[in-house]
Design a protein around this ligand. Sequence first.
Ligand code: NAD
Length: 134
Amino acid sequence: MQLPPSEQSLAGKVIAVTGGASGIGRATAKILASLGAKVSIADLSADALEVVAKEIRESGGEVFVKATDVRKRDAVETWIKETVDKFGGLDGAANLAGVIGKNHGKMMLADHDDDEWDFIFDVNVKGPHSTLQF
Ligand SMILES: NC(=O)c1ccc[n+]([C@@H]2O[C@H](COP(=O)([O-])OP(=O)(O)OC[C@H]3O[C@@H](n4cnc5c(N)ncnc54)[C@H](O)[C@@H]3O)[C@@H](O)[C@H]2O)c1
């Protein structure tokens, strides 16, 4: 089957995916790999990442996984450096690590305490910013 040009263009591209052990990130990583991209996946649990890596490899895809907390800039930098070392470059990122926080649906946003707000902001906002810097 001939893929449309938009999908052909992913072949051989290196894409970094955060939150790839579950949910939208996992589905995105698998789709990218199925379209020929080399995917580098970061998430919190090494065990959960290995499950996804196995699925991708068994489908013929290329994958690198690294347990990484996107709130930690040093860890993100190490993950990206190792990705470039392994695959020879980096072409794009899908920032899908995300949290809704323990109080989602229980209270107004303005009533979240500072620690909870910092936690959500660090993962959902500062995480993607770090990933895109390296
Ligand atoms: N699923 C939906 O319908 C939906 C709708 C709107 C928005 N969202 C948002 O999109 C994001 C992803 O949704 P999902 O359904 O895939 O959620 P999910 O919980 O299944 O996946 C999120 C992934 O991010 C990872 N993660 C969390 N904190 C991390 C950190 N500090 N470092 C690295 N990885 C971390 C988790 O371990 C998990 O694997 C979330 O922010 C969610 O709130 C989801």
